[in-house]
Design a protein around this ligand. Sequence first.
Ligand SMILES: C[S@@+](CC[C@H](N)C(=O)[O-])C[C@H]1O[C@@H](n2cnc3c(N)ncnc32)[C@H](O)[C@@H]1O
Length: 350
Amino acid sequence: MDSLKHTEPDQGTTFIGTSNHGFGTQAQEELRRLFPKAAFTTIVPTEIYMFTVPESKKTVTDHIKLNEPVFVRHIQPVDAQFELDGTAADLSKLQETVRSQLHIPQGFKIAVQARKLDGASLAYTPFNCKEAIDEVIVRECKSEPVVKDPDFIVSVFLTDRAAYVGVSAPEDNLSDWAGGAIRFQKEEGQISRAKFKLLEAERRFGLDYSRYRTALDIGAAPGGWTSLLLERGCSVTAVDPARLDAQLLKHPKLTYLAKNAGDVTFKQDAFELLVCDMSWSPRQMAQLVKQLLYALKSGGTAIITIKLMHKKAFQTMRDIVEALSPELQLQQAKQLFHNREELTMFFIKL
Ligand SMILES: C[S@@+](CC[C@H](N)C(=O)[O-])C[C@H]1O[C@@H](n2cnc3c(N)ncnc32)[C@H](O)[C@@H]1O
């Protein structure tokens, strides 16, 4: 794919970063470690922030992708910005900005992702912004506006007073969803919203649960994760003293142990995948999982939700990685959009 042409302002490059509410501070700490000269401006406290760094746009995105922060859900470049007056005249200014200041390559699939600050009072919607930019994309850039699988994304962030606009490849934004807010369709009869966490982990960590024949789900009730793994064709052993949803109990590939995870035993190497979503003290959870690791095959995968108590996020991560080593080797940790006061870790068993 052709690379984008960049305009690099003399004073550096600016991005808008988004995190789950309450974790913007941790995200900024991670970004500051990557870019010690980063200067931050808060847009929404503990959630959305602008940062400017002396490095080029490409250097920044390459460095962030190589050292992906746990708490930064999404970034968008700010290639141009202008003041808003809140009336429909802003849409013409937006078109002019896209036309004259953004370098949108010709002949590609382009998605426009416009979002606005909650409560910003504007006479038009983010969708109106998308429609206005789509016109420019078709007429002047000779490109195709799309919603899914774009080659490039034009991101627009609107506050009460200003619009921030940038163009980037989807992978450079860390998520190809606006603000990283990935949405899954709620299904009829869906057992729990927790299912979305395991779905998001599958995408985020590049996994395919249908590749695992046997899975152990620790802390499985009411059964959202178990239902997803059964849908993917795994044979699932679900452990939880609490009741699993009745729809699941008759599934031929389910073994349900209505027990505390400390009171179960399995054959050595019985499982290829271990998942654990116990909303419990991370240290106690790690002890329980550690005791069961003999049952996970070498080369097997573990997906574990870590509750972030008292917000000591980095210390908690270090403690868990240490507690589960050397058997489990951390591949990636990410606070997913569907995580609340928690994050998700992906390990491989040695
Ligand atoms: C957040 S829920 C899990 C939701 C589940 N992943 C889903 O998709 O429906 C946490 C579960 O962990 C279970 N749990 C907590 N401590 C446990 C233990 N020591 N052994 C087994 N299960 C435990 C609780 O009973 C609870 O049902």
